[in-house]
Design a binder for this molecule. Structure first.
Ligand SMILES: CC(C)[C@H](C(=O)O)[C@@H](O)C(=O)O
Ligand code: SF4
Length: 469
C-alpha cells in the first residue's frame, strides 16, 4: 500500500502497537530546555531511574535567560534557579549541555538543526510545542509534556497517537516583500487555530524548491498554531546541502549512506492524505494579526473585522474580547496602527535568513522616534554570523538593540517584555493575551514587515517601502 512520509517515519519507529490506535514510538533524539524539564528530572530521581542513552539528548537554556550582560550572574532569581537546575540535572545524568557562555547557545529549535542534532528520518521529541519546527528536515518531531520528557529520558520511547495526514500543496513563488511567515499566517487563518488538530501536515509542491531550510522551518514551526503537532517537508538537495558539515551530522561515507536513506523519505506518488489544502503563493500579501489568536491574521491591506457581522456567536464573542484587549475598533485599517515596540527574533523568525530579510528594509533607515526596537538572534552562532556579514551593524545603525540569543520577548519569561497597553510588531508565533507582558498587544508579522513597522512607527505594507540594497 502506498504510504505518506508520515506513515513511513511512524512505521519505522513503532516498538509496539496498541488496540486503541496508539503506539509506543522509539525516540531517536530528545532536546531539553530549562522550563519544561524540572519535573521530568524529579520524576526520574524519585524513582531512582537513570537516563537510558544520555548522548541521545541535548540540553540548552533558552526561555528564561537574559539577552544582556551574559557575563554577569542572572539577576532574576527564578531564571537563575531554573537555569542552574537544568545545569545540575544534566550534569548528574551526563546529558550533553550547551552552557550559557557558549557560542552555540540559543533557542532549542534553532540549535538542534544548526548542530546537525536534528536529522531526516529521525524521531525527535522536546517538551515544547514548537518542536514541529524540526519536521522541516523530514524528521518526525513532536512536542511532549514534562512527564513524557522523563519517560523519554528513562526509556527512549513514548506512547503517541497516530495522526491523520494533511497535505498542504504549495504552488507558485512568493512575491517580492512576502515571506513564509505571511504564508504561515495565511494558512492558520484559513485552517483556524484548531483546524489541523489531530493531523500531521506535510508541505508538498513545486514552491518548496524555492524555499530554503530556514523558510521551511518557519512554516513547520507555525503548524502547531493551526493545531498540528507534526509538520513535515520531505528532505531534498536543499536539506542535504544545509546539513553537510554540521557538527553532529554524519561525516564522509557515513554522510553519503545517510543521504541515500534520506532520499527514500518521501511520500509515495499514490499515497492518500486525509485532507488536502492548496495554496497559491503568487497572490499572497504580507500578513499581520489583529487579535489574540494566530488565526486572527489578515493582509496588511485589510481592516479590523466587525464581530457584530459574524454569523458564529462564539467566534463573535471571542473576537469582541480580542478587539477590546487589543484596543481596536471594527473597520479600522491595519496599515497605520502605531506601534511602541518591535521585536525581531524567536524560533519562528530568529535565523540568519530572517535577520537578512529585516536588514534589507533597515539598511539606510532609522527606527522611528519613540519606537523601541530589539533584535534577538535565535542562537549565538546566528548572532556571530550576522555580525560577520555586517547585518548586526545594519540593525545597530538603524537604532535596534542587538542582543544575545534566547526566546526573549517571544514569551517574556526573561524580563524582556512590553508594558501594559503597548503595541508590538513581533516576528514570534503567539499573540495570546499577556504573551509578551501583562496587557501587552502583539501583532504577529514577518521580519520584513517588522522592520517596516520599526522605521515607519506603524504597521505598514513593506511593499510600499523602497528597498535600498
Ligand atoms: C515554555 C514552553 C513549554 C512553551 C511551549 O511549549 O511552547 C513555550 O516555548 C511557548 O512557546 O509557549
Ligand atoms: S522562541 Fe518562543 S515559541 Fe520558540 S520556544 Fe521560545 S518561547 Fe517557545
Amino acid at each position: 500500500m502506498p504510504r505518506t512520509l508520515y506513515d513511513k517515519l511512524w512505521d519505522s519507529h513503532v516498538v509496539r502497537s496498541y488496540d486503541d490506535g496508539s503506539a509506543l514510538i522509539y525516540v531517536d533524539r530528545h532536546l531539553l530546555h530549562e522550563v519544561s524539564t524540572p519535573q521530568s528530572f524529579q520524576a526520574l530521581d524519585s524513582r531512582g531511574l537513570s537516563v537510558h542513552r544520555p548522548e541521545a539528548n541535548l540540553a540548552v537554556a533558552d526561555h528564561a535567560v537574559p539577552t544582556l550582560n551574559r557575563d554577569r550572574p542572572i539577576a532574576d532569581p527564578m531564571a537563575a534557579r531554573q537555569t542552574a537546575l537544568l545545569q545540575r540535572n544534566v550534569a548528574k545524568h551526563n546529558i550533553p549541555y550547551i552552557p550559557l557562555d557558549d557560542r552555540r547557545q540559543g533557542i532549542v529549535h534553532v540549535i538542534g538543526p544548526e548542530q546537525g542534532f536534528t536529522l531526516p528520518g529521525m524521531t525527535l521529541a522536546c517538551g515544547d510545542s514548537h518542536t514541529s519546527t524540526h519536521g522541516a528536515f523530514g524528521a518526525l518531531a513532536f512536542g511532549i509534556g514534562a512527564s513524557e520528557c522523563g519517560i523519554v529520558m528513562a526509556t527512549q520511547a513514548v506512547v503517541q497517537r497516530r495522526a491523520r495526514t494533511m497535505c498542504v500543496r504549495l504552488s507558485g513563488d512568493l512575491p517580492l516583500g512576502v515571506t513564509t511567515k505571511d504564508l504561515a499566517l495565511r494558512l492558520i487563518a484559513v485552517l483556524g487555530a484548531n483546524g489541523a488538530s489531530g493531523h500531521a501536515i506535510e508541505y508538498v509542491g513545486a514552491a518548496l524548491a524555492g524555499l530554503g531550510m530556514e523558510q521551511r522551518m518557519t512554516l513547520c514551526n507555525m503548524a502547531i498554531e493551526a493545531g498540528a503537532r507534526v509538520a513535515l517537508v520531505a528532505p531534498d538537495q536543499i536539506t542535504v546541502d544545509w546539513l553537510r558539515g554540521r557538527p553532529m551530522a554524519p561525516k564522509g561515507a557515513d554522510f553519503d549512506a545517510a543521504v541515500a536513506y534520506w532520499q527514500t523519505l518521501r511520500s509515495d506518488p499514490e499515497a492518500r492524505y486525509d485532507r488536502v489544502v492548496e495554496m497559491d503563493l503568487t497572490t499572497l500579501a504580507p500578513h499581520v494579526t489583529w487579535g489574540t489568536s494566530p488565526e486572527d491574521a489578515l493582509p496588511i491591506t485589510g481592516t479590523v473585522p466587525d464581530p457584530a457581522q459574524d454569523d458564529d456567536a462564539r467566534r463573535a464573542q471571542r473576537r469582541q474580547r480580542a478587539l477590546d484587549y487589543m484596543g481596536l475598533e471594527p473597520g479600522q485599517a491595519l496599515d497605520g496602527l502605531a506601534v511602541d515596540v518591535v521585536f525581531i527574533g524567536s524560533c519562528t523568525n530568529g535565523r540568519l535568513a530572517d535577520l537578512e530579510a529585516a536588514a534589507e528594509v533597515l539598511r539606510g533607515r532609522r527606527v522611528h522616534p519613540g519606537v523601541r526596537a530589539i533584535a534577538v538572534p535565535g542562537s549565538g552562532l546566528v548572532k556571530a554570523e550576522a555580525e560577520a556579514r555586517g547585518l548586526a551593524q545594519v540593525f545597530r545603525d538603524a537604532g535596534f538593540e542587538w542582543r544575545d540569543a534566547g526566546c526573549s520577548m517571544c514569551v517574556a519569561m526573561n524580563g524582556d517584555s512590553i508594558e501594559p497597553g503597548q503595541r508590538c510588531a513581533s516576528t514570534s508565533n503567539r499573540n495570546f493575551e499577556g504573551r509578551q507582558g501583562r496587557g501587552g498587544r502583539t501583532h504577529l508579522v514577518g521580519p520584513a514587515m517588522a522592520a517596516a513597522a520599526a522605521v515607519t512607527g506603524h504597521l505598514t505594507d513593506v511593499r510600499k517601502l523602497e528597498i535600498l540594497t
